[in-house]
Design a protein around this ligand. Structure first.
Ligand SMILES: *Cc1c(COP(=O)(O)O)cnc(C)c1O
Length: 429
């Protein structure tokens, strides 16, 4: 860390960084005027309802009994031996709906309920956040509408199916590139029309203040649990902590209680298939990314010269986004968090390595963090205690991983499956 810099554990006046008008302050509220009342109301709820005993008590109860927390910390003994360091895995994949996203979705839906809202709206890319929000709404009895790009609706049928099973309405967005960033715009538009009865559940630590603070606080349950869980295995602090970074919510929650400790913190972004525009989702250390304002906040974005968000690519849908959490942008600027990247191929190799050695199937997103850990160990460090955040489980990725790893067997299976379905359709039993 640079001596003169202060690290921001939370935003001040909505910003992370020294000067609201200065170059290096990220966050803020860059939104159309029509949304100000809704954000003011949310700000009030974040300051008054969120810290209240009643809300926190109910949230804890739901996290324990509905989400299934605490999620385990696993010592990866076999991988550790091979990699010559002690690797621990914080397995968020065991949370209900399969990833860390439920921590945030549940907290926001509960807040909506305490605010007296009857209806929740959300955006979703691949569908993981929509799924978590729909589950929380089913549990807490709120109406739920999820905005999803038309292209994503078509290619993510399993998550659309599950969201509808939870009783949510999935609305297809046909504007722009018909993907996540357009779904965000549509959700914001809908919110500006119906903020009186509707709460906007944002899916990552992004967007205007107070979302980045609220989402970090909700995800920080992860590092809070770690503070006691590590004692099972070792005294004192880990040496290194590694997480994948899409929007940044699993990383900031995993780092939160260690920001002021002497621990190396590393974020791993999606290196995709190359260095060109549209071939990856690297915001930090990319010549195609720059400081800018989009979707309500100031941060580092993959954007063109006119400030339009670029298209991105990653084998993992959750990392496939052009913006990054403003606090992580700040923590990078002041030298507190380091960033690296892993390619699609490296993520797939890490997935196979940990699956075969440790008996877990990490999500493709989380496999990027594992690839980062493998790369670090191969640089020659030895005997370090490394915790990797496994943000989700990989069952959801079978259509991608099976196609990539065993294409012939997978396509034969799908062909047979289609035949079976069509036969049933022709002559229902
Ligand atoms: C959505 C998702 C991510 C990326 O989102 P963050 O906000 O960066 O955490 C990572 N892992 C999984 C399993 C996801 O579903």
């Amino acid at each position: 860390m640079r001596q003169k810099d202060k690290i921001f554990l939370e935003s001040k006046n909505g910003y992370f960084g020294e000067d609201k008008n200065g170059k290096h302050a990220f966050g803020g509220q860059y939104i159309p005027e029509i949304l100000f009342p809704a954000l003011k109301e949310l700000e009030k709820a974040y300051k008054e309802i969120f810290p209240s005993k009643a809300y926190q008590k109910e949230l804890k109860m739901l996290l324990d009994t509905f989400v299934g927390r605490p999620t385990p910390l696993i010592y990866a003994a076999n991988a550790s031996k091979i990699l010559k360091n002690d690797i621990y895995l914080k397995f968020e994949g065991l949370a209900n709906t399969g990833a860390h996203k439920i921590n945030n979705a549940l907290g926001q839906v509960l807040l909506a309920k305490y605010m007296g809202k009857k209806r929740v709206i959300a955006e979703t890319g691949a569908g993981q956040h929509g799924l978590a929000t729909a589950a929380a709404c089913a549990k807490l009895g709120l109406e739920c509408e999820v905005f999803m790009g038309e292209i994503d609706v078509a290619r993510q049928r399993p998550n659309v199916f599950n969201m509808e099973l939870f009783g949510a309405k999935v609305s297809s967005v046909s504007s722009g590139s018909k993907t996540l960033k357009d779904a965000v715009n549509e959700a914001l538009r809908e919110w500006s029309k119906r903020s009186e009865d509707s709460f906007y559940v944002l899916g990552s630590a992004l967007g205007p203040y107070p979302y980045p603070d609220l989402v970090r606080d909700l995800q920080s349950i992860n590092s809070k649990e770690l503070k006691t869980q590590t004692k099972l295995f070792f005294k004192g602090l880990p040496d290194v902590m590694i997480a994948c970074v899409g929007g940044g919510s699993n990383a900031i929650g995993f780092f939160a209680h260690y920001l002021e400790e002497k621990v190396r913190l590393i974020g791993i972004e999606a290196g995709g298939i190359g260095e060109g525009i549209g071939e990856n989702a690297i915001r930090i250390h990319s010549k195609n990314a720059s400081e800018g304002i989009a979707q309500g906040f100031k941060s580092i974005f993959l954007q063109d010269s006119e400030g339009q968000l670029s298209l991105t690519h990653s084998i993992s849908a959750g990392l496939d986004y052009g913006g990054i959490n403003p606090q992580l942008a700040h923590l990078y600027e002041v030298g507190r968090v380091e960033f690296g990247s892993a390619t699609d191929k490296e993520a797939l190799e890490a997935l196979q390595f940990f699956a075969s050695n440790e008996g877990i199937i990490p999500a493709l997103e989380s496999s990027h963090a594992l690839a980062g850990a493998i790369a670090l160990c191969k640089q020659g460090i030895k005997g370090k205690k490394i915790i990797v955040n496994i943000s989700g489980r990989g069952d959801k990725d079978i259509f991608i991983t099976a196609k990539a790893l065993t294409p012939k067997a997978w396509s034969a299976f799908l062909r047979e499956e289609i035949k079976r379905i069509e036969k049933d359709l022709e002559s229902p039993k």
